[in-house]
Design a protein. Structure first.
Length: 365
C-alpha cells in the first residue's frame, strides 16, 4: 500500500516536471515565431514546436535557412516535406478543393450545352412539322430550311465534341484530385520517417475499441513505450544516426506483434502498441520481449566502424478491462510509464486499478 502511494506521489512530481518542460518549449516557440514574423497559424506552431522539441533531423536547420519573415509558402513546403499532420491536412484541403472545382467545371459544361441541344431539337421538330403540313413546299424553301437545319446540327456536333473533350479533361482532373485526397488522407495518419501509424491513427483505433458495435469479451491492452537513450544518441552522434536507430526499432516493433495489432509512433522516441485479445500478463510478457529485442540492437556509428551504441526501453501498460473509455486507457498507460521512469529509472509497469485510483485521488486533492 505504501509503495502504491509512493508511486502516486512520484507520478505527480514527474507530471509537474514534464509540464514545466512543455511550457518552456511553448514559450520559446512563441518567441521565435514573433521574432521571425511568422503568422500565428496552428500548423506553424506545430512546425516550430517539432523543431524546438527534438523533432525530425534537420528541421531546425531548414527553418533557420529561411531567415527573417519567411513566406507561408516556404514554411508549408517544409511542413509537407516533413509530413507533419497539420500541413498534410492543409494539402488534403487543397486536394478536396481541386475535386470540388473539377465537379463544378463538369456541371457548368453540361448545363451550358443543355440549351443549344434543346434549340437544335426544336429546329428539327419545326422542320418536320413544316414537311407534314406542306409536303409539296417549293424546292427553294426546302433547301433554305434544310441548310439552316444542317448548320444548326453542325454547330451542335462541334459543341458536343468540345463537351466530350471538356468532360474527359475534367474526369482526369477529378481522378488526379481523388488520388491526392487518398494519398493525403493516408499521409495524415502515418509517421513520415517510419511509415507507422501516428498518434491520430492510434486515437482512432483506441476509440474504435470502445464502440458499442465493436465491444468484445476479450480485453485489449495499450502499451506506451519510450526508447531509452534514443534522444541522447541523436544529440551526441547526429540526427541521421538517431533516425537510423528509429527505423531499426520500428522494424523490430512490426515483427513483435500480430497483424491485427497496431504499432504507432507517437513521439520522437515514443511508440505505442495496441494489442488485441490479450490479458494483463500477456501484455506485460510482450512488452518484456520487445524490450529485450531493443536491448539486443547495436547501433553502428558513422565513421566509427567498430563502435556501437545500445538502447533500452521503458513501458507503461493499461488494459480495457480496467478502464471506462479511450481517455482512461491512454491516461492509465501514461501514468504507468511516468511512474516507472521517475527519477531516471527504467522498467515496465502495469497500471493497476488501485494505483490509478490513488493517483486520481491525489490529483483531485
Amino acid at each position: 500500500m505504501k509503495e502504491q502511494v509512493s508511486r502516486s506521489g512520484t507520478a505527480l512530481r514527474a507530471d509537474r516536471h514534464m509540464a514545466e518542460q512543455t511550457n518552456g518549449v511553448v514559450q520559446r516557440v512563441a518567441q521565435a515565431m514573433a521574432q521571425l514574423g511568422v503568422q500565428p497559424l496552428p500548423r506553424n506552431y506545430e512546425l516550430f514546436y517539432e523543431a524546438f522539441s527534438g523533432g525530425p533531423s534537420g528541421l531546425s536547420r531548414d527553418l533557420a535557412a529561411l531567415g527573417a519573415a519567411p513566406s507561408q509558402k516556404a514554411l508549408d513546403a517544409i511542413g509537407l516535406r516533413r509530413k507533419l499532420p497539420g500541413h498534410m491536412g492543409q494539402a488534403l484541403g487543397q486536394a478536396q478543393q481541386a475535386a470540388i472545382e473539377a465537379i463544378q467545371t463538369m456541371t457548368t459544361a453540361i448545363s451550358g450545352e443543355s440549351r443549344p441541344k434543346g434549340e437544335a431539337f426544336d429546329a428539327l421538330d419545326s422542320f418536320l412539322e413544316r414537311l407534314d403540313a406542306d409536303p409539296v413546299m417549293s424546292m427553294s424553301d426546302f433547301a433554305q430550311d434544310a441548310r439552316a437545319l444542317r448548320q444548326t446540327l453542325t454547330q451542335l456536333r462541334k459543341r458536343e465534341k468540345r463537351l466530350t473533350e471538356t468532360l474527359e479533361t475534367t474526369v482526369a482532373a477529378l481522378g488526379d484530385a481523388q488520388g491526392r485526397i487518398v494519398a493525403d488522407q493516408r499521409a495524415t495518419l502515418r509517421d513520415g520517417l517510419t511509415g507507422l501509424p501516428n498518434g491520430a491513427a492510434l486515437s482512432m483505433k483506441i476509440a474504435a475499441l470502445f464502440d458499442e458495435a465493436a465491444v468484445r469479451s476479450e480485453p485489449a491492452a495499450l502499451v506506451l513505450v519510450i526508447v531509452e537513450r534514443l534522444k541522447i544518441l541523436a544529440e551526441r552522434h547526429g540526427p541521421e544516426t538517431g533516425e537510423k536507430a528509429v527505423k531499426k526499432c520500428a522494424a523490430i516493433f512490426r515483427k513483435s506483434v500480430k497483424k491485427s495489432d497496431v504499432v504507432a509512433r507517437v513521439g520522437y522516441d515514443a511508440f505505442a502498441f495496441l494489442l488485441n485479445d490479450v490479458s494483463e500478463q500477456n501484455a506485460q510478457a510482450i512488452a518484456t520481449r520487445i524490450r529485450d529485442a531493443v536491448q539486443s540492437l547495436q547501433i553502428r556509428l558513422a565513421n566509427r566502424e567498430f563502435t556501437t551504441e545500445a538502447l533500452s526501453l521503458s513501458a507503461g501498460i493499461a488494459t480495457t478491462a480496467t478502464v471506462n473509455g479511450p481517455q482512461d486507457l491512454m491516461h492509465h498507460a501514461e501514468m504507468a510509464l511516468t511512474v516507472v521512469r521517475a527519477d531516471g529509472r527504467q522498467g515496465i509497469l502495469r497500471c493497476t486499478p488501485m494505483m490509478c485510483a490513488q493517483i486520481a485521488g491525489l490529483q483531485r486533492a
